[in-house]
Unconditional design. Sequence first.
Length: 250
Amino acid sequence: MAYFSGQGRVYIGARDIDGNPAGLTFVGNVPELKVSLSVDTIEHQEAQSGQRLTDLQLIKTKKGEFACTLEELIATNLALALYGITTTITPGTVTGERLPNPVTPGSLYPLAHQNVSAVQIQDSDATPRTLPVSQYSVNAKHGSLVMLDVTTGGPYVEPFTVDYAYGGAQSTAMFTQALPERWIRFEGLNTADGNREVVIDLYRVAINPAKELSIITDELLKFELSGQVLADLTKPADGDLGQFGRLVLL
């Protein structure tokens, strides 16, 4: 019997102007993938028998829903989940980044970059004075500092400014892109049927932003991508590919 239990790899990517995949990216481990189909119908009841029996049903709309659970916190997945663009930051240096005026000893002050090194803090005197390194603490990886003592060796003229070097990173901003439409492909195995190969294509999926990212948790981070499967009108309704997607048993 051809029971089904699937495992495999999920790829997501943009579509070109002809409606074809413009290169798909593997999204990592996906423990759950669902496709739900539904129709909205109009029903007609006859008015002769006294029982108002349904004698006609017309399909008004056809709908498809997509959902998958992602586990890997990679730039491709974040860009989809956050409606953002991922920027690759190359190493560089910063001179004269200003801290708030005044600073409060014991408070944390984020810098504009991460992976920082060679941090120096100066005041704004006409002849700037450098704050001793014992009077502040730097979280180099996260790119932040805590002012510990801003009086010893002073008086200092605020605002303080910071010079530092920074390393490479990847940054994904939230809600900087419009609703993404993507081609989604599953290349997998039916483990309940001798690992029979299977392919599923969804041609045009309007992806929703992630509902939540569970940042602090005892479990591994998982987040859901969901969306509506839209009709791809570049394909004929009666063609072999259909207009929404296809499932191929190999």
